[in-house]
Design a binder for this molecule. Sequence first.
Ligand code: 13P
Length: 250
Amino acid sequence: MNKQQLIAGNWKMNGSLEANDALVRALVAGMAGAQCTAAVCVPAAYLAQVQMLKSGSALELGAQDVSQHVQGAYTGEVSAPMLREFGVRYAIVGHSERRQYHGETDALVAEKAKTALAHGITPIVCVGETLAEREAGRTEEVVKRQMAAIIHVNGHCISEICVAYEPVWAIGTGRTATPEQAQQVHALLRKQLAAATPHAERVHILYGGSMNAANAAGLLAQRDIDGGLVGGASLKAADFLQIIASARAA
Ligand code: 13P
């Protein structure tokens, strides 16, 4: 299905008041007339700043995580209703860095996605295999297991989520999956979604992992690649704008 693609930047733990100001102003100025949806997922500390900088533009705001809880004694956590107050439309959940460094499990990631959806935030749920898993021929098994947990917990709401296929070996390494490698996994994920919902074609399945201005067009031309989740290249306005310009309109 031809749908407008989504290009989301994941700033990770980068930025400063000064750097964000320059970056967001350049993005807002440069994306007038963009054919796709574009978003920046910024550190929670900068949500208010970026909300203000992007106001009146088509740039969407995203967070990098969300608590599975709605409120209470959860020191350090940020809730979905809090994110909504800052105009957040997307929240990345289950990024491999959170799975790896913060022990997030498939079940927790699924709960976070559910809480986000319940509060009007579209979760961008990340799945992806490590290099060892790929080399052992386990890619399909791993991404299917990660996806199954999300489907199990989110039931018929599953068509409201976004998925990001991010092979761990391609993140921050400069080593991108080839368009064909990525398409293969995206098709698999689409098939798995189709078994759970009649609206699988509506789901945006993004690719993430060393996507840049030079390789974006090839990846975004694949049938089941509906956009990108961009790390390093989203911190440079010219590069991110180039990726946005490579994306497909509806
Ligand atoms: P890089 O684009 O820096 O490889 O990061 C990808 C990523 O993890 C986006 O969430």
